[in-house]
Write a protein that binds this ligand. Structure first.
Ligand SMILES: [Zn+2]
Length: 267
């Protein structure tokens, strides 16, 4: 049967002589695996359509598990996402979250539009740490493990200071704190951002400027949350971790610019 649908390439694997198998996330048919013949050959019409992060229109024949591309067109190549190491790292992580962190039944139109908005925001140069933390929250929501942020996840109390506990399911009040001694203390600003991300449709994400300390808290909180609930080690996450740690390295102040060798060895 011939299908035609919009989709975003979230995964690509080499297959046989010059071919590729791609996975696309669609707004209407979940995730679809498609063989793109000759995708790795220079002269192929469809090599750019099969590139990671490409948003396109795909026509393919399908009888069993996998489809075979018959034709297609690029809607938005998101070339910027592949060109910089940083944007590529964040976009790969977002794509892998959709690929491996979302079940077929949860991959619907909402997720498609959130991923598309995430890619667009990264391509526009919005703060990738904010974009990706908000996207992690969208993944948690789509997969059914969004944190409780406005009431104690254990007793339901509201309007009191909370700690953040992935094991308990979100906020934990003072009375219930003993249930998770490792619950994290977060600043008010970080709580606000977490609540904002939970309610936000990424298509409406503006330019948010967030202090580095809060970004670090957000990262630590979402990392713990995702590790606890997703239970997957993603390849792209390992690289992103290294990248973000590198970005944290303090820039020495009140010092004249030095050669790279001289700047080494401070940690
Ligand atoms: Zn409580």
């Amino acid at each position: 049967m011939l299908y035609r649908m919009e989709g975003i390439v979230i995964r690509g694997t080499d297959y046989g002589e010059g071919n590729k198998i791609i996975t696309i996330l669609t707004p209407s048919h979940g995730k679809q695996g498609i063989v793109v013949r000759g995708a790795r050959k220079l002269k192929s019409r469809y090599s750019s359509l099969a590139q990671p992060f490409t948003h396109g229109d795909f026509s393919f024949f399908k009888s069993g598990q996998l489809g075979t591309l018959s034709s297609g067109e690029i809607i938005e190549p998101y070339r910027e996402l592949r060109e910089g190491i940083e944007t590529a790292a964040y976009a790969s992580y977002a794509a892998e979250l959709c690929d491996r962190g979302i079940g077929e039944e949860d991959a619907g139109g909402y997720l498609f539009h959130q991923l598309k908005a995430c890619f667009a925001a990264l391509a526009e140069g919005k703060d990738p740490q904010i974009v990706i933390r908000a996207f992690e929250m969208k993944i948690a929501g789509s997969a059914g493990y969004a944190p409780l942020l406005d009431e104690c996840a254990s007793c339901g109390r509201t309007g009191v200071p909370f700690r953040f506990s992935p094991a308990a399911g979100g906020a934990l009040c003072g009375n219930c704190r003993h249930k998770d001694p490792s619950a994290m203390e977060l600043s008010d600003a970080t709580w606000k951002l977490l609540r904002l991300f939970a309610a936000l449709d990424l298509r409406r994400l503006g330019q948010i400027s967030v202090k580095d300390t809060y970004k670090l808290q957000l990262r630590a909180a979402m990392r713990k949350w995702m590790d606890h609930h997703l239970g997957l080690k993603l390849k792209s996450q390992h690289f992103l971790d290294q990248w973000e740690r590198l970005a944290d390295r303090p820039v020495p102040e009140q010092q004249p610019p030095r050669s790279p060798e001289a700047a080494e060895g401070t940690d």
